[in-house]
Design a protein around this ligand. Structure first.
Ligand code: MG
Length: 382
């Protein structure tokens, strides 16, 4: 056992990252550092990391001050790719489920990181669900492969970085005073995303309109249940300068939603209704577009497939996010040149981002010409 451990430490070269005690507590309830690696092939390590939110974040059905997160690294021959799983509680994943999932993987069986199709099919097959934990592997693998190719993913995919849209900045549901303050803080952003779905919807919009005339988009998070009232509201929102409506009704209300889309003067976008690739076909004809998020769809590979399919169906595409570090945001941003809208502000909502990468310049998603997903560590946390 001791010899094995020594060999394991020597081969992985990760001793400096975790310390001997870290290795000894490999799968124990170590709260700070957990590591899973292999003597040969790809080596995966991960670290639970609590994202601290700058403001309490309120949606139609929940409110919180932090987001559980797991940072990942995949390494081969001294080259490291970074990844991340962000797990807002309402989506059902948490540190425990991600730890269980990541420790169940054996990436050491893969010696060629370029076999992404096989590797990610294996990762997806190990357990159902766990989409954020799967994304944490997918993103780190993409970062690693991009670094080995010495190219950023937007270039590998053949996208023009100057085609990126402006990103929206999210204004959560709050008191008029706090909403006004948030709108003021969001001055550099050319479009604001407003969370609706409570009885205060009109007040939220009026409050924002009292301080800015910038375009708005709204995210109802399934909060409206009456399609006639929803349509009335959408007409009113159009008058108020809203450009699209995200997930107005519950994901189960498919017929009502198809009716609403048919009659709506604004495009409707599926978020909760469209998680993974097969969902794109299901929401086609029910919504005008989809909101692709890496944490829902298992990462960059499936996100790219969803984008391609949605485009072929003439659907609108939005690239969204959870509260995340610059790691997952920069990964999602690689797809932004082909999106109609981007909502990539998740890293700006947290106060302890250990990475830097994609930047918002004058409100626009601005990709960096760096290999992989284009991030660097600004604070070493592993
Ligand atoms: Mg949404």
């Amino acid at each position: 056992m001791k010899t094995n451990r020594r060999k394991f430490i020597r081969t992985t070269g990760l001793l400096a990252l975790v310390g001997i005690t870290g290795v000894e507590t490999l799968f124990a309830a170590s709260e700070k550092k957990t590591i899973r690696t292999s003597k040969k092939g790809l080596s995966l390590s991960f670290l639970p990391y609590d994202l601290q939110l700058r403001h309490t974040f309120t949606l139609a059905n929940s409110s919180r001050n932090n987001t559980p997160d797991v940072l990942t690294r995949i390494e081969i021959d001294g080259v490291v790719g970074y990844g991340e799983a962000s797990m807002p509680p309402y989506l059902g994943e948490n540190i425990e489920t991600a730890t269980r999932f990541l420790t169940s993987l054996d990436l050491g069986q893969f010696k060629d990181p370029f076999q992404m199709d096989n590797i990610l099919k294996y990762v997806d097959s190990v357990m159902p669900g766990n989409t954020a934990a799967k994304a944490a592997v997918d993103i780190a693998l993409h970062d690693l492969v991009g670094k080995l190719m010495k190219q950023p993913w937007y270039k590998i995919w053949g996208f023009d970085p100057s085609d990126t849209p402006n990103t929206s900045f999210t204004i959560g549901i709050d008191t008029p005073e706090v909403v006004k303050q948030k709108v003021t803080e969001a001055a550099p952003f050319k479009i604001l995303k407003v969370k609706l779905g409570l009885s205060t919807d009109r007040q939220m919009i009026e409050t924002i309109r009292s301080v800015t005339d910038r375009p708005l988009c709204v995210d109802v998070n399934q909060g409206w249940t009456d399609r006639v009232k929803a349509l009335e509201m959408i007409h009113w929102l159009k008058e108020k300068g809203v450009v699209f409506v995200e997930q107005p009704m519950p994901k189960t209300a498919i017929d009502d939603m198809a009716w609403l889309t048919q009659n709506s003067p604004l495009p409707t976008i599926a978020d909760e209704s469209c998680q993974r690739l097969p969902d794109v076909m299901k929401v086609h004809g029910v919504y005008n577009g989809i909101n692709i998020k890496l944490m829902k769809c298992t990462g960059m590979r499936e996100a790219h497939q969803m984008l391609t399919l949605a485009r072929s169906l003439d659907m609108k595409v939005m690239i969204g996010c959870m509260t995340e570090t610059s790691c997952a945001i920069s990964a999602a941003a690689q797809l932004a040149p082909k999106a109609d809208w981007a909502d990539l502000d998740g890293n700006l909502l947290i106060s302890n981002d250990p990475y830097s990468g994609m930047q918002i310049v004058d409100g626009k998603v601005t990709l960096v010409d760096k290999p992989g997903i284009g991030v660097k560590e600004v604070k070493q946390v592993f």
